[in-house]
Design a protein around this ligand. Structure first.
Ligand code: NDP
Ligand code: OXD
Length: 310
């Protein structure tokens, strides 16, 4: 069973080595040198791979995303019909995201932007102490990443709310779902964290209407996908002062164009889609497990639900 590997040139060899470390017998082909297309039965791909290209492989029976997100694989034309798609659920990816969310929640909560501005002005002045128990954090998406971030924030003493597609329960987290649930949560959210998958339903969820529902002075943190945010609406809300600041790791398009207003905005923290980065050695065991399962016709793990879009 030959496996097609397709990712950025910089990480191709690391992925190959990580997969072979788990199973040295794997026949790994690095895109675009796939060899005989009839031999490829699994593909492990990242965002740059063209799904139309996968139609060249008549025996393909597994497609794996090199990340937690699968929007890059599902957008038209999507994977070849009948080919199951798996995503990553990886402890190190989750840890990285939890750290990034904590970093930015704490930066905003502890007035770091204000203190940096004071430092630039050589101003020695104490600001009123913030109250953790009163800083309400609302998380869009309580899955692998949103759930872990919720637990970590709760452990620090923040009141945490979460919004999901289906009704959910999570200890210590006030849970909301559906359109009404979103409005109710936003109205009480001081720091909004987006950790949703990008689907037709979630595209543009952070827009003029939803931003207006947040209390004045709220913060926005987006580590999910650029398509979740209507950039012009966020800029308008920042410029009016309704939104105090934003931390953004993801954009549409990426890289963020050099002339985009986010780059130079004094109240926007820009990250280059690096909130959490997949570590091939950490992710490889589950990818190889799925390759073995596909080969043996056993049920696959971490499968994407096509109907839900994630
Ligand atoms: P999961 O699939 O584990 O969780 C998704 C969550 O979003 C679930 O709680 C789900 O609800 C909720 N959700 C989905 N659709 C809707 C909807 N229409 N309305 C309300 N809630 C919805 O995903 P992960 O936590 O693993 O990852 C989330 C995203 O984070 C990825 O898709 C990716 O885009 C992004 N990501 C970004 C990274 C970065 O470095 N910037 C790194 C890794 C991931 P329910 O519980 O009901 O299913
Ligand atoms: C992912 C990502 O989806 O890195 O894992 O964005």
């Amino acid at each position: 069973m030959a496996v097609l590997l397709s990712t950025k040139a910089a990480t191709m060899q690391a992925w190959k080595a990580a997969l072979l470390a788990v199973d040295p017998s794997l026949d790994i082909r690095l895109h675009p040198d796939a060899g005989d297309p009839a031999e490829i039965e699994a593909a492990v791909c990242w965002t740059q791979h063209d799904m139309a290209e996968l139609r060249r492989y008549p025996k393909l029976r597994l497609l794996v995303s090199m990340g937690a997100g699968v929007d890059h694989l599902l957008r038209p034309p999507g994977p070849p019909p009948g080919v199951p798609v798996a995503r990553l659920k990886d402890a190190r990816l989750t840890q990285g995201m939890t750290e990034w969310v904590l970093l930015n929640v704490l930066r905003f909560h502890r007035q770091d932007l204000e203190y940096r501005a004071q430092q630039a002005a050589r101003l020695w002045e104490e600001l009123p102490a913030p109250d953790t128990a009163k800083r309400r954090v609302g998380i869009l998406g309580l899955g692998e990443l949103g759930g872990a971030a919720a637990d970590a924030l709760r452990a620090l003493g923040f009141p945490v709310m979460g919004w999901t597609r289906r009704p959910r329960r999570r200890e210590g987290v006030e849970c909301f779902h559906g359109a009404e649930g979103l409005s109710a949560m936003l109205a009480r959210t001081d720091i909004l964290v987006c950790l949703l998958p990008l689907t037709p339903e979630t595209r543009g969820v952070i827009n003029a209407r939803s931003l207006a529902l947040l209390p004045r002075g709220a913060f926005v943190i987006n580590a999910a996908r650029g398509g979740h945010v209507v950039a012009e609406d966020l800029l308008a809300a920042l410029d009016s002062g309704h939104i105090a600041a934003a931390a953004l790791d993801v954009f549409e398009p990426e890289p963020l164009p050099a002339d985009h207003p986010f780059w130079g905005h004094p109240r926007v923290l820009v990250w280059p889609h690096a909130a959490s980065i997949t570590i091939p050695e950490s992710a490889a065991p589950q990818v190889v497990e799925n390759i073995h399962r596909a080969r043996e016709g056993r049920p696959l793990i971490n499968l994407v639900d096509f109907a839900a879009g994630y």
